[in-house]
Design a protein around this ligand. Structure first.
Ligand code: HEM
Length: 483
């Protein structure tokens, strides 16, 4: 017998008389449409899924905080960095990129590293990866690139021909491809990898002075990776291995932590640096712009509910706060549209009112209505501006700092085309064992490609990065490099 306290109710709060037997006309008769509890239960079940993320569909999340360890007020007025010792609550979602919601964790893929800081001046999202660079550097190529990572439209199979065709025709991908094919392509756990904001962002201080900034999260657990055969076995035995590891570590009080570091570049250096510092296929040399440790991120609380928190979390590079602004990086600029648009489609126009996305600071604006408006919708308060009723008004001091632009409106490419120096440097940095494993991984991944033309085109890129790199891949594939 249920007690008053845990009485089963319908979604409209009425007690349920029977939750095991639908209302039928006698024990053998058809089910009656008047069983409204049954109708509601089946209909709600049909609507349990929201569309999965078009990329980064498989993920795991956790709550935590950032503690500031360095005075940053000369660089940024962002309140989350306003004083040493300040703690800002946050939520992190880690993800793979290409696989579907139920796919295996231990595949070779970049990992998403998305952080939502609930600052006292609104939410700030840093939607990065576990790699400092990306495959392409213009948003216009993103849908095509992702098509190659997803399934063939006819066979519904993954398609290495498309993957290597695209990469070999997009040499800017070489740096990220090389990183992906090294040991770091399969992290041991989500705790044993670094995170990066990847793009260049701008910090602005209270005087309106700016600097360019790149973010690095350095894992305190140390970088550890999985050998491909171990990863493959885990993918079969426990496809949720990383998800489980993160949950269990936090559950038993073994809280993962990362040092947050930044590289700071004076604004004027961007005009003279030896490559375009807004190009997301490049890293800034740490000799030129050393890492400055600014904080510590700790994950200390598991979600109470996966769907409410992890699935409904919406991160966007456009979710910015005063003191943090964007750069002219062409990928970042495209992302400023893509994420909000995805959220309105995937979760709904009021996604920012859900508990996981809602700022901890007050939200005070003239937006009203829309599907699933679950708060009080502004009640009877003033709902237009300008008004003479004392409604919320703008604070000009919080306008982003002005930024001078010039040039013709045109489809213009980056004017730096050196796609080879940085991947070559990375190759030369690897030990002999690491190079051997890198080449083995690439050869294994390229073997199924049907066309020698694609293989040779890609080998040409490896060769230009470092002749030994190209020759070893060619040998592994049983091809010779043409004169
Ligand atoms: C997720 C688009 C590049 C990191 C997503 C989503 C879209 C998207 C539509 C799904 C969002 C959702 O449904 O909530 C794009 C476009 C890009 C781009 C158009 C290029 C122009 C990048 C880059 C990074 C990145 C360069 C990392 C540096 C992520 C992460 C997520 C994500 C971490 C998952 C966020 C979460 O956990 O909810 N992207 N993306 N993306 N993207 Fe991108």
């Amino acid at each position: 017998m249920s007690t008053e306290k845990n009485k089963l109710t319908t979604s409209w709060g009425a007690p349920v008389g029977d939750n095991q037997n639908s209302i039928t006309a006698g024990s053998r008769g058809p089910t009656l449409i008047q069983d409204v509890h049954l109708l509601e239960k089946l209909a709600h079940f049909n609507r349990e899924r929201v569309p999965e993320r078009v990329v980064h569909a498989k993920g795991a999340g956790a709550h935590g905080y950032l503690e500031v360890t360095q005075d940053l007020t000369k660089y940024t007025k962002a309140s989350l960095f306003s004083e040493v010792g300040k703690r800002t609550p946050l939520f992190v979602r880690f993800s793979t990129v290409a696989g579907e919601n139920g796919s295996s964790d231990t595949v070779r893929d970049p990992r998403g590293f998305a952080v939502k800081f609930y600052t006292d001046e609104g939410n700030y999202d840093l939607v990065g990866n576990n790699t400092p660079v990306f495959f392409i550097r213009d948003a216009i190529k993103f849908p095509d690139f992702i098509h190659t990572q997803k399934r063939h439209p006819q066979t519904h199979l993954k398609n290495p021909n498309a993957v290597w065709d695209f990469w070999s025709l997009s040499p800017e991908s070489l740096h990220q491809v090389t990183i992906l094919m090294t040991d770091r392509g399969i992290p041991a756990t989500l705790r044993h990898m670094h995170g990066f904001g990847s793009h260049t962002f701008k910090w602005v201080n209270a005087e309106g002075e700016g600097v360019w900034v790149k973010y690095h999260f350095k894992t305190e657990q140390g970088v550890q990776n999985l050998a491909p055969n171990v990863a493959a076995q885990l993918a079969a035995d426990n496809p949720d291995y990383h998800t489980e590891d993160l949950f269990n570590a936090i559950d038993k009080g073994d809280f993962p932590a990362w040092k947050l570091c930044v590289q700071i570049m004076p604004l004027e250096d961007a005009n003279t640096y030896r490559f375009d510092p807004f190009d997301v296929t490049k890293v800034w040399s740490q000799k030129d712009y050393p890492l400055i440790e600014v904080g510590r991120m700790v994950l200390d609380r598991n979600p109470e509910n996966y769907f409410a928190e992890v699935e409904q979390a919406t991160f966007s590079p456009g979710t910015l706060v005063p003191g943090i602004d964007v750069s002219p990086d062409k990928m970042l600029q495209g992302r400023l549209f893509a994420y909000g648009d995805a959220h309105r489609y995937r979760v709904g126009a009021n996604h920012q009112t859900l508990p996981i996305n809602r700022p901890r600071s007050e939200v005070n604006n003239y937006q009203r209505d829309g599907q699933m408006r679950a708060d009080n919708n502004g009640g009877g308060s003033v709902y237009y501006e300008p008004n003479s009723l004392g409604g919320p008004t703008e604070t000009p001091v919080d306008k982003p700092a002005p930024y001078e632009v010039s040039g013709s409106a045109d489809s213009v490419a980056y004017d730096h085309h050196d796609h080879y120096t940085q991947p070559g440097d990375l190759y030369r940095l690897l030990s002999e064992e690491e190079r051997t494993r890198l080449v083995q991984t690439i050869v294994g991944a390229m073997k199924p490609v049907e066309s020698d033309e694609i293989k040779l085109r890609q080998i040409g890129h490896f060769y230009k990065a470092d002749p030994e790199y190209g020759i070893r891949v060619a040998e592994g594939l049983g091809l010779s490099i043409p004169e």
